[in-house]
Design a binder for this molecule. Structure first.
Ligand SMILES: [Zn+2]
Ligand SMILES: [Zn+2]
Length: 64
């Protein structure tokens, strides 16, 4: 049986709370990444939420 009440993260069994703005994958908080400015460690206001794969592709950064 599939519980349709909560969408599940495509990368783990957690509840999906957002979508990757590039590939539209349902992702949980743990697997969603927002671009963080390394110099002031502030989340860029209008940065899209991305899954890990899209984050790497977009910013060419491997560390999280
Ligand atoms: Zn997850
Ligand atoms: Zn994605």
């Amino acid at each position: 049986m599939i519980n349709k009440k909560h969408k599940k993260c495509v990368l783990c069994d957690g509840d999906a709370v957002m979508k990757c703005s590039k590939c539209n994958k349902d992702i949980c908080l743990k697997h969603g990444y927002c671009y963080i400015d390394e110099s002031n460690i502030a989340i860029t206001q209008n940065a899209p939420m991305l899954c890990g794969q899209c984050y790497i592709k977009t910013y060419r950064i491997k560390k999280f």
